[in-house]
Design a protein around this ligand. Structure first.
Ligand SMILES: CC(C)(COP(=O)(O)OP(=O)(O)OC[C@H]1O[C@@H](n2cnc3c(N)ncnc32)[C@H](O)[C@@H]1OP(=O)(O)O)[C@@H](O)C(=O)NCCC(=O)NCCS
Length: 138
């Protein structure tokens, strides 16, 4: 049985080990423990983990900036995929973001990540062709 529950900073080591397998290229210094701790505090109760038999098998980071919601690190361990665990995580994340009064949520997806794109389309996200992402590094 799968349980979806809020992620806490105590989950960090297990979650980070999972991300090494599932979402390595998206990791950066923003994923160090202190940064994730700050993120979870700023967005309390929004990020979720999926647990099977006491083991974390899926994650989603969910937050908002007061205006729009953002989802990061949507990931499920390979051996647990296609069982709608990802869907359940995303559903809970959106429910929590919506509960904060936020009407629209964005995700970033690599152009060559066809699985990710299919997953988000299936969920009901609309792919935008009218925007580019511009990033500034301090
Ligand atoms: C994307 C990911 C989180 C999906 O997790 P999951 O638990 O397998 O997803 P679900 O079982 O909830 O899938 C829901 C639906 O999404 C679509 N989908 C999911 N994986 C798919 C795949 N590999 N190919 C095509 N469609 C897929 C399907 O429509 C699926 O419904 P179905 O299984 O009834 O056909 C998982 O593949 C993953 O961790 N990938 C690596 C990390 C990643 O790319 N994250 C997304 C970043 S944008």
């Amino acid at each position: 049985m799968v349980t979806i529950r809020p992620m806490t900073i105590q989950d960090y080591d297990e979650v980070f080990a999972m991300w090494q397998i599932t979402t390595k290229r998206a990791l950066s210094s923003a994923d160090e423990k202190s940064q994730i701790e700050r993120y979870l505090k700023r967005n309390e109760g929004l990020s979720q983990v999926a647990v099977v038999d006491g083991k974390i098998v899926g994650t989603v980071l969910a937050g908002h900036d007061g205006r729009r919601g953002f989802i990061h690190h949507m990931a499920v361990l390979p051996e647990f995929r296609r069982r709608h665990i990802g869907h359940a995580l995303a559903e809970k994340a959106i429910e929590k973001i919506t509960g904060e009064g936020i009407e629209k949520t964005h995700i970033f997806c690599y152009q060559n990540n066809e699985t990710g794109q299919q997953f988000w389309k299936d969920f009901g996200f609309e792919k935008r062709d009218d925007v580019f992402v511009f990033s500034y590094q301090s």
